[in-house]
Design a protein around this ligand. Structure first.
Ligand code: NDP
Length: 280
């Protein structure tokens, strides 16, 4: 079995660098998908209130027989619960659905700058951490401007910023801010929801390394030091995505992959400053 490296977050909590994401996995398929991932060796699951499958993630963790403290689980505050009182209730609901006493990591899913005040929401997450409801807290889809506002207010530095990153959108500015301020980067949609997999340049690196384009892409993230959690409901792919610790990309191969960057044109998801959607 491959050994997954861990990253130490700015409060000393450690997180496996490779996890399993469950966005867009239907609740009825989630328990089995998570059990498959745990069987393969994953020990880090990334869910969210918005995904509607926290209960099934919790069922899989309980059914796996693996001690709870050996599996790192992240959830995220849904967009409609930014009001501090709503946020406090929302994390309690997450804990109840998951069947956990504490989360490993809890994030503000989107800053929603036009809808609420993410600074007050962040202070609510600080209270949750001090009450022991999550071992670490962080943000998702925050720009450097959003992060600067938290810093200027003298609040806790987020442990992570989970943002869209893949070879078509390498996000070096936000990653540099994270490196400078001790905020680990979690790269969501690490293979751009499959869009990078037919890329000819990635194909050439894949051929040279004897690995698949998915493995080359995931390895590129790992060597950049980011945390990833690719999603798949296909067990062979879940295994393939796990088998990325037995080879290394050269500096030239790393540059070739980074060179595929298309800047903001490469985005697959929404621009955080324009994301105001509150799911029903
Ligand atoms: P990914 O980049 O992980 O791509 C998932 C897609 O790629 C699926 O269609 C999957 O197909 C396919 N796939 C996976 N592995 C392979 C492989 N080895 N070969 C070929 N195809 C493959 O996209 P996600 O958007 O799911 O991102 C991963 C995780 O990031 C999410 O699950 C979620 O946890 C998080 N996320 C967070 C966001 C945020 O706002 N914070 C936003 C989006 C994602 P199939 O399942 O059919 O096998």
């Amino acid at each position: 079995m491959s050994t997954v490296p861990t990253i130490t977050l700015n409060n000393g909590v450690t997180i496996p660098q490779l996890g399993f994401g469950v966005f867009q996995i239907e609740p009825e398929n989630t328990k089995q998908a998570v059990l498959d991932a745990l069987e393969i060796g994953y020990r880090h699951i990334d869910t969210a209130q918005m995904y509607g499958n926290e209960a099934e993630v919790g069922e899989a963790v309980a059914a796996s027989g693996i001690p709870r403290d050996e599996i790192f689980v992240t959830s995220k505050l849904n967009n409609g619960f930014h009001d501090p009182a709503d946020a406090a209730k929302a994390i309690d609901e997450s804990l109840e659905k998951l069947g956990f006493e504490t989360l490993d990591l809890f994030l503000i899913h989107w800053p929603m700058p036009a809808v609420g005040d993410y600074l007050e929401t962040w202070k609510a997450l600080e209270r949750m951490a001090s009450e022991g409801k999550s071992r670490a807290i962080g943000v998702s889809n925050f720009s450097t401007a959003h992060l600067q506002r938290l810093a200027e207010a003298g609040t806790t530095t987020p442990a992570v910023n989970q943002v869209e990153v893949h070879p078509y959108f390498v996000q070096d500015e936000i990653r540099a801010y994270g490196a400078e301020h001790g905020i680990a980067i979690e790269a969501w949609s690490p293979i751009a929801q499959g869009k990078v997999l037919d890329d000819a340049a990635l194909g050439a690196v894949a051929e040279a390394t004897g690995k698949s384009t998915a493995q080359v892409t995931l390895r590129w993230h790992v060597q950049r030091g980011d945390i990833i959690f690719p999603k798949s409901v296909t067990k062979e792919r879940v295994q393939e995505n796990f088998d990325i610790f037995d080879f290394e990309l050269t500096a030239n191969q790393m540059d070739e992959v980074s060179g595929l960057d298309q800047g903001a044109d490469g985005r697959q998801g929404p621009d955080p400053d324009e994301m105001n959607m509150i799911p029903s």
